[in-house]
Design a protein around this ligand. Structure first.
Ligand SMILES: NC(=O)c1ccc[n+]([C@@H]2O[C@H](COP(=O)([O-])OP(=O)(O)OC[C@H]3O[C@@H](n4cnc5c(N)ncnc54)[C@H](OP(=O)(O)O)[C@@H]3O)[C@@H](O)[C@H]2O)c1
Length: 271
């Protein structure tokens, strides 16, 4: 693919996160043009103010033209709006465009009504800060675009390819995962506050502890169990705290939260 145009159909929280990551990067071949589509002129103007000449914007009935110009369409609207929005731009679809869908719940088979070339992506809000995670599945026809899609999506932080059968679990682990981590972070900070640390400092400590721990796992490649054992002094503070966590079933509570969110994601796809 060369000198190609990327149209982001629905450029809100996730669409903007992917757009800014791509604009900060320099993967090759880099798109020649980005067109960002919204529902309202107000959102389109906001995008123009933020990104200036690096993008074109479009809204409402202009979106059909923006889709016609696209070689790649990034779908970033709300899942329940997708059918209506795709109907409204149907004249711009030519059956050859690669569609990269960020939508929860929409399966590759459902998306194939718009084009045979589908990459289904689940990413998350940390993408806004360049440390997002993305899971990508492809329709068979879209496999020829794997390289460019992985480069593009990888700009959010990290991207991995998995079969679509894992997408509900990815929707939970990757998409909802930040909310689960935030509850853990909140709980850590509140424990500190309970023991007298001022809230702002406790929050910073909790965030840095989570960031540092994540980096340690990524850099060593060790199983978390090994790293955990290495900070447990016999008879010490950490093992005492961990035993309370086991008594309160914190571990299974978190794992079951991932399971529950994945079940809900699966039901979304069947609607
Ligand atoms: N947010 C998350 O944490 C998260 C995580 C993982 C996956 N996702 C997925 O990402 C997708 C987008 O979610 P989001 O949170 O980014 O939604 P959002 O912020 O509400 O963005 C939706 C975008 O669609 C635009 N839109 C509305 N009507 C349109 C129309 N007729 N034509 C073209 N564009 C139109 C909106 O423009 P206006 O502002 O003008 O209405 C807005 O730019 C969802 O499918 C969701 O499943 C989100």
């Amino acid at each position: 693919m060369e000198n190609y145009t990327v149209t982001i159909l629905g450029c809100g929280v996730m669409g903007t996160a992917v757009l800014s990551s791509m604009l900060k990067s320099s993967f090759e071949p880099f798109p020649q043009k980005f067109i960002c589509c919204t529902g309202s002129s107000r959102s389109a103007e906001k995008l123009k103010t933020a990104y200036g000449d690096r993008i074109e914007v479009s809204y409402g009935s202009q979106n059909v033209e923006a889709v016609r110009k696209a070689d790649i369409i990034i779908l970033g609207c709300k899942p329940y709006m997708c059918e209506h929005i795709m109907d409204s731009v149907a004249d711009g679809l030519n059956g050859k465009q690669l569609i990269i869908s960020l939508l929860a719940g929409w399966t590759i088979d459902q998306l194939k009504t718009f084009s045979p070339y589908i990459a289904r992506v689940m990413t998350n809000t940390p993408a806004k800060y360049g440390c997002g995670m993305a899971i990508v599945s492809f329709s068979e026809e879209a496999m020829k675009y794997e390289d460019i899609v992985m480069k593009m999506v990888g700009t959010v932080g990290k991207a991995k390819k998995l079969p679509e059968s894992n997408m509900d679990a990815a929707t939970s682990l990757v998409g909802s995962g930040p909310a689960f981590c935030l509850v853990m972070m909140e709980a850590l900070a509140e424990g500190g506050v309970r023991m007298g640390i001022p809230y702002d400092v406790a929050k910073e400590c909790a965030a840095k502890v989570m960031e540092g721990t994540a980096r340690m796992v990524m850099e060593t490649g060790e199983h978390p169990e090994v790293l955990k054992a290495s900070v447990c002094t016999p008879g010490g503070t950490t093992i005492g705290g961990l035993m309370v966590m086991e008594d309160k079933a914190v571990r299974s509570g978190i794992s079951r939260a991932v399971e529950e969110a994945a079940k809900i994601a699966s039901a979304l796809g069947k609607k």
